[in-house]
Write a protein of this length. Structure first.
Length: 283
């Protein structure tokens, strides 16, 4: 399932707990790990802008080289050394790359086959996390929680195909309790089909009826599902709080409107910012 795991570490944000989760998953799935330390080009650009405009290009270049050397030293003596403590019996390799976080990760995906991106998240840094919307493999955003239960979220805004399957497999492999919720999002009253295409606006009763059909389908597989209506973001956070979720699994939700009819931008980033539990985006 997760045979090849990519762990990107930004020079802007280092979350040591990511290695504990990486080691746990690697042991469960017999995985190999690629660890990349990304020297953020935005940090370098900002440093260059702050330099005295009267300094020569040579001086600026030397300063930039020194900053890069310090980052490489930090990667070698802190990040990679920490990783070795957690990955003692797990095959992994590491690399330092300069660039933008999302761009570097997409470059790695073009070169190698990965089954999972395992990463931390920090909302108070320079990263824009474009990869949430731009890559098509699962992204696990680690929060560092110790809870051992899974909340699988399905809704009228997603195809609801990958989430049930992956949730079941993870629950069995990890030995974690599985809870599933179907959210009828009344802020964006459409249905999303198996291709991710949005329908015309539907009535609330039609959306609730589709939710009941989904519940019946899951009951045949032995999965209990709770049906709720409201905002996808708020109902997900509430359900996660209620069960004490260690991991929330979300699919390809295509939410476009908020309660005021304003287009929603970066919903996945918003979910990562507001949910204090780890999230697995099944892209």
């Amino acid at each position: 399932m997760f045979k090849n795991i990519l762990i990107p570490i930004s020079s802007e944000f280092y979350q040591k707990e990511i290695f504990q989760t990486g080691a746990f998953l690697a042991e469960k799935f017999d995985s190999t790990i690629k660890l990349i330390y990304i020297i953020e080009e935005k940090t370098l650009d900002q440093t260059e802008k702050r330099l005295d405009s009267y300094r020569t290009d040579f001086d600026k270049a030397e300063t930039k080289k020194e900053i890069i050397r310090k980052h490489i030293h930090a990667a070698d003596t802190i990040v990679f050394d920490d990783a070795k403590l957690f990955f003692k019996n797990i095959p992994f390799n590491e690399e330092v790359i300069e660039g933008a976080f999302s761009t570097v990760i997409k470059g790695q995906l073009n070169k190698y086959k990965y089954d999972l991106i395992l990463m931390g998240f920090e909302k108070e840094c320079l990263l824009h996390y474009r990869l949430f919307e731009e890559v098509d493999i699962p992204i696990w955003v680690e929060s560092g929680t110790d809870e051992k239960s899974i909340l699988a979220v399905c809704s009228n805004l997603a195809p609801n195909q990958k989430v049930p399957e992956m949730s079941l497999r993870l629950s069995k492999t990890l030995g974690w309790d599985l809870h599933m919720v179907y959210v009828v999002d009344i802020q964006d009253a459409v249905e999303v089909d198996s291709n991710g295409k949005r329908s015309e606006k539907k009535s609330e009763n039609a959306l609730l009826e589709r939710g009941q059909q989904f519940i019946s389908e899951m009951e045949k597989k032995g999965i209990d599902v709770t049906l709720v209506k409201g905002s996808l973001e708020k109902e997900t956070a509430k359900a996660a709080e209620d069960i004490g979720a260690g991991l929330v699994i979300l699919g390809r939700e295509q939410k476009k409107k908020s309660i005021l009819g304003i287009p929603v931008k970066g919903m996945k980033r918003k979910m990562a910012e507001t949910c204090k539990y780890s999230i697995l985006f099944v892209n």
